[in-house]
Design a binder for this molecule. Sequence first.
Ligand SMILES: N[C@@H](CCC(=O)N[C@@H](CS)C(=O)NCC(=O)O)C(=O)O
Length: 202
Amino acid sequence: MKLFVTPNSPYARKVRVVLIEKRIECELVEVDLSSPDSPLTLHNPLGKVPTLLLDDGSALYDSPVITEYLDKKTPVMHLIPAARRIEVRRWEALADGLCDAAVALVMEGRREEGKRDEQLVLRQRAKVGRGLRVLSEDLGGNGWCVGNSFSLADIAVCCALAYLGARMPDVDWREMYPNLAGLHARMLERPSFLSTTPPGYS
Ligand SMILES: N[C@@H](CCC(=O)N[C@@H](CS)C(=O)NCC(=O)O)C(=O)O
């Protein structure tokens, strides 16, 4: 198997953490998303990372599909418990949605000043604000997101938090939501999360 990634993609990091937790061997292939000759589009018409290329030549995307496939592949470290699958998926959707909003803001931020869509910026920032609040409320005093045991939900949420910390440093979620800071600190104790930390992230 080969996983197409970029070093900073939070969605690709989620899959890389899952691979390590489940002890699944997989070659990582770094791609340049802006290159017209990227091998990625041969396997994923959307040209997005992560994309998982299977040994039979077929490809899987997007990240929730890949995490489901990997979790079913081996019973080692079950990350999506059947009884709580919908809950785990809802956390993952919220975490991925936060990343979508942050990615949109990064893109808009690259436009020349004066040409930015201020309404879009406000809408995306509001998603981030509401999303963080709901993550914190739902986590409450629990150690982990779902059923107080480690799952894909924790991986997805912490990849999103780390990405927000790097891309939107003015949104100080550690200060605003100490329980999310605690969750992220607990995740950093796991070699899977620590070893996938992109350069420059805290
Ligand atoms: N919903 C997708 C989102 C993937 C995504 O947007 N990845 C970004 C990198 S962080 C990407 O490949 N962007 C390139 C593009 O949109 O052309 C997933 O969960 O895998």
